[in-house]
Design a protein around this ligand. Structure first.
Ligand code: ATP
Ligand code: MG
Length: 733
């Protein structure tokens, strides 16, 4: 150690400093959000070099995303200069791929092996399903593929899965399918993402000399977000760290949010069992958030049973309470948040420091539309913008083709989606005919079905498609755009295609399709909608100017923003019904951790909103505020009692009673429609609504109260049946 203390240590608190300076032996830094875990890792990288403990090429640092790796490299670079380029720093996948290329031949691959993407994987598994005579309708390819992936997450090889419950899928043919899939990959000189680690683990186990070489090389190993590692990642790390044992992992069990993708929270909880001599360091001072934000998040996560528990404190001011506001529906939610963002901008905040964090992908649409309408620059991180998503594009292609049969691009996109048995040969005939006659593909299709140029099955399929479009076109003028879209998606089998799909992303795609139908309701004509889509898609990507970020909570892990908006806190949406149905209390606790991740992304202010009405599964539902709102300690909240009310009636912005660092208070645009009179007044005395009372609800009409449970009412509506609604959303009639 140099005599004078290196500058990078300045400013670290004592436990952080310990975490940096305890270089040798296993170290677990287990602590809450924003306590400087990532900062410790970065400083530790710099320290290892500065103290001449190792050369950068002898240090392995693993992060969760490529973006995190880039950022970390940049920040260490500021501390130690160009040497930072030589670290083995990246995601598990990136590092494993680099290592595997050196030993590919040991598992029967060449060093130039291909890494398959999800589409390739699926195509391959489908071929094998057919070859093995498995009924794909009963056992969808994606479902079987995910079973294989989960096995790989647990580092299980085909010969080890025979007694696993998932081996019973496909009438017991799964273990063979897995073996066939692996064999096929080798013939193709390819592997999938899961294989990168699985192959390495196998190589390390079968070739001690190779393992020893890597154990020699890596003097120090560092891992961020350790709570979300899976079993294969743990085994791989353990093998690499076995001899030198200089493994430093940092994480927060309260932020484990990838259980559904194979993450094993036990890895972090049992680190001290796995490495008995490990030093555990806890960081308790949070440097990211204000007092209110931290206390609100801590109160929420304290409701989880399955946790170690920890105390967090901050020297920062209490700041502004977490704002909680009820709104009428998703549209108002988007308008409200956009207004708040504009106020923040006027008060001097940069858009870059503002994020909207959603639970489900479909939620981005309303924000995107609103932001586009008012010209607020935004980016969607971690996924395509709404109208660029595959299923949305497919659906829009159907609509375009109804409006304009000449639209060959749309035709090509959907002609065999869902599969109609129109193979490459038929498509070639179609294209040749169209070119030869100078007509559109649709027109060529109409002609070809009257000839015998196509095989009978293909001719029949094409003829059905042409008939379908003729029918849809004939009905188009008589239907509202959203009704037309529903009919198209239904009758074409497109929705059914995704319903049959058992992959993890299929439910999200179905939600996007429903959201698209909802979007259509806002347009009088199909033309107006298509025009809108064209303009929205045209918007050029501009990364220079500051932009607000829209992203999912999952993608936001590890990041921080000054101002964070958390929309859609309604039971069923967040916590997600699916998670609770599939995993019970465990699912609910993972959802609560996700909520904790969300709130703790905020430095200065956080705003949670919930809508009284949300269209889910194509139907308006009166939504109940998220149960997580009840977990938040009231003294750290500012509940907006008059959400959606015009300013003249006392409608408040979330900053009116708070510090001037917020956007300037301002009135809302007058909105004197009927809605304002019934808008959310949470916790209104329920005595107003006794059992038997006749009430009126803006969306569901008249009904009679049949049960009262706190501030929730069961109401038998005259036209829409029994529903549970918040007392604040009905008026006595
Ligand atoms: P998460 O759990 O969300 O990943 P984390 O524990 O990794 O959070 P960091 O992102 O490393 O926390 O740090 C949170 C913020 O606090 C960062 O802006 C960081 O620069 C700052 N910070 C951390 N430690 C200190 C310190 N000792 N002094 C001042 N600021 C600090
Ligand atoms: Mg971090």
């Amino acid at each position: 150690m140099p005599a004078q203390e290196p500058p990078y240590l300045a400013g670290l608190n004592p436990p952080q400093r310990d975490a940096v300076l305890t270089t040798d032996g296993p170290v677990l830094v287990l602590s809450g959000a924003g306590t400087g875990k990532t900062r410790v890792l970065i400083t530790r990288l710099a320290h290892l070099i500065h103290a001449r403990k190792a050369w950068p090429s002898q240090v392995l640092a693993v992060t969760f995303t490529n973006r995190a790796a880039r950022e970390m490299r940049g920040r260490v670079g500021e501390l130690i200069g160009a040497m930072a380029d030589d670290f083995w720093l990246g995601t598990f996948h990136a590092i494993a791929a680099r290592m595997l290329r050196r030993h590919a031949e040991l598992v029967g691959l060449k060093s130039n092996f291909t890494i398959l993407d999800a589409d390739d994987q699926l195509r391959l598994i489908k071929q094998l399903i057919q070859a093995d005579g498995i009924d794909e309708k009963r056992w969808p390819a994606r479902m079987l593929l995910s079973a294989i992936e989960r096995w790989k997450d647990r580092a299980l090889r085909p010969e080890q899965v025979k007694s696993d419950p998932a081996a019973g899928l496909a009438n017991g043919a799964m273990a063979k399918l897995y073996a066939d899939y692996q064999a096929r990959l080798i013939t193709l000189n390819a592997c999938d993402f899961g294989d990168l680690l699985a192959h390495l683990i196998r190589i390390f186990q079968d070739h001690p000399d190779v393992l020893a070489e890597w154990q020699q090389r890596f003097h120090y190993i560092l891992v961020d977000e350790y709570q979300d590692t899976n079993v294969a990642q743990y085994l791989w790390l353990r093998l690499l760290a076995q001899t030198r044992r200089n493994l430093c992992v940092v994480g927060d069990e309260d932020q484990s949010i990838y259980g559904w993708r194979g993450a094993e929270i036990g890895n972090i909880l049992e680190f001290s069992k796995h490495f008995p001599e490990a030093v555990t360091i806890r960081l308790e001072q949070n440097y990211r958030s204000t007092g209110h934000i931290l206390a609100a998040a801590s109160g929420l996560i304290a409701r989880n049973q399955d946790r170690l528990g920890k105390t967090l404190w901050t020297e920062a001011d209490a700041g502004v309470p977490v704002q909680v506001a009820g709104v009428w529906d998703g549209e108002e939610e988007a308008r409200r948040i956009a207004d708040e963002i504009e106020a923040l901008q006027r008060a001097g905040r940069l858009l870059d420091s503002i994020a909207v964090l959603v639970r489900a992908g479909f939620q981005t649409r309303e924000f995107e539309e609103r932001f586009l309408t008012i010209g607020l620059a935004y980016r969607v991180v971690g996924g395509p913008r709404f109208y660029e998503r595959q299923e949305v594009r497919d659906a829009v292609a159907y609509l375009r083709l109804v409006r304009s049969p000449e639209d060959d691009l749309a035709f090509e996109r959907i002609v065999n989606v869902p599969k109609r048995g129109l193979g490459d040969a038929s498509l070639r005939t179609l294209t040749v005919t169209a070119r030869g006659l100078g007509i559109s593909l649709m027109a060529a299709a109409s002609r070809l079905i009257g000839t015998d140029e196509l095989k009978p099955a293909a001719r029949k399929a094409l003829s059905n498609l042409v008939e379908d479009f003729n029918r849809w076109r004939a009905m188009a003028d008589g239907l509202a755009p959203e009704e037309l879209a529903e009919t198209l998606l239904d009758e074409s089998g497109y929705t059914a295609m995704w319903q049959a799909d058992k992959s993890p992303d299929a439910p999200g795609r179905l939600e996007n399709l429903k959201e698209l139908v909802r979007a259509l309701e806002e347009f009088d004509t199909l033309e107006a909608f298509l025009e809108h889509v064209a303009l929205v898609s045209e918007r050029a990507e501009d990364t220079e100017t500051p932009q607000a970020t829209i992203m999912t909570l999952h993608a936001a892990k590890g990041l921080e923003f000054d101002c964070v908006f958390l929309p859609g806190w309604e039971d069923g949406l967040f916590p997600s019904q699916r998670s609770m149905d599939e995993n019970g209390t465990r699912g609910l606790e993972e959802e609560r951790r996700l909520a904790y991740v969300g709130i703790t992304r905020a430095r200065v202010q956080a705003m949670i909103t919930y809508a009284a009405n949300r269209r889910i599964h194509g139907q308006w539902q009166s939504a109940l505020p998220s149960r997580f709102l009840e977990d938040l300690p009231a003294e750290h909240l500012n509940r907006d009692q008059t959400a959606g009310m015009p300013a003249a009636f006392g409608g408040s912005s979330w900053n009116t009673r708070t510090t001037p660092s917020w956007g300037a208070p301002r009135g809302r645009a007058p909105m004197l429609d009927a809605r304002a009179t019934v808008i959310d007044v949470p916790h209104r005395p329920v005595a107003d609504h006794a059992v038997g009372a006749r009430v009126f609800h803006q969306k569901f009409g008249y009904g009679r109260v049949s049960a009262v449970e706190g501030d929730k009412l069961d109401i038998d509506f005259e036209t829409s049946g029994r529903k549970k609604v918040m007392a604040g959303f009905v008026t006595a009639s």
